[in-house]
Design a protein around this ligand. Sequence first.
Ligand code: 1GP
Length: 246
Amino acid sequence: MSVFNDLITTVSKKGAAYVVLIDPDRNDEDSIQDRVQKANISGVDALFVGGSLMMDSKCVDRVKLIKSYSNIPVIFFPGGVGQLNPYYDAMLFMSVISGRNPHYLIGEQVISAPLVKDMDIETIPTGYLLIDGGAGSTVEFMSGTRPIPMDRVDVTVAHALAGQYLGMKLIYLEAGSGAKYPVSSSLIGAVNDMIDVPLVVGGGIKTPEVAAEHVQSGASIIVTGTVIEDDASRMKEFSDAIHWRE
Ligand code: 1GP
């Protein structure tokens, strides 16, 4: 079974899936071991691995380490083609469809496609929408795109629907790592009412209550990064809140 099908099965069985983002740039060998081992026993369904910027050259070694400790799928959440390596079980083959920067709409994808084929990594076509979370996210700088204002429901819905019609298997509503405001539940609800593909929501989610509210509003996959970087022991609380059908 593919990693994508596994995730979708989890969503229908547990009500939603919980994914922890591990940024290789924010972790060393010890914290990787600790986080991945905690994820294995805390009901986390998959790891997203990646980041907007790498400040040293140890990314590949760290991904290899993550893979060696993990009992759950390790999915590449690409900040750039430079982070591509063969240790991922699958990758979000993403396009920043909220933006108008051709390099992040199709340029990176063209550069990476032959390498992905050669490495035989499962691809999950994903339409990525950057929403303004009030913190001037790193993604905004690195992708050179303007986030959609949180209150522009019409614009967000139209982008999400366009992503679905282009064949994206997931639509990702991203408020940016460390966002002041996570994606609002009303925005999640409005997008979910319009599209049929599963919604991934991340950025600025700091409590299990907010995660649970997002799921009730229509999110199928919840992603947390910073809150777990700060305290890895909280994964179980998030997992219990997100898996409402268990
Ligand atoms: C993944 O960017 C998010 O979508 C992670 O955001 O670090 O704020 O949890 P946080």
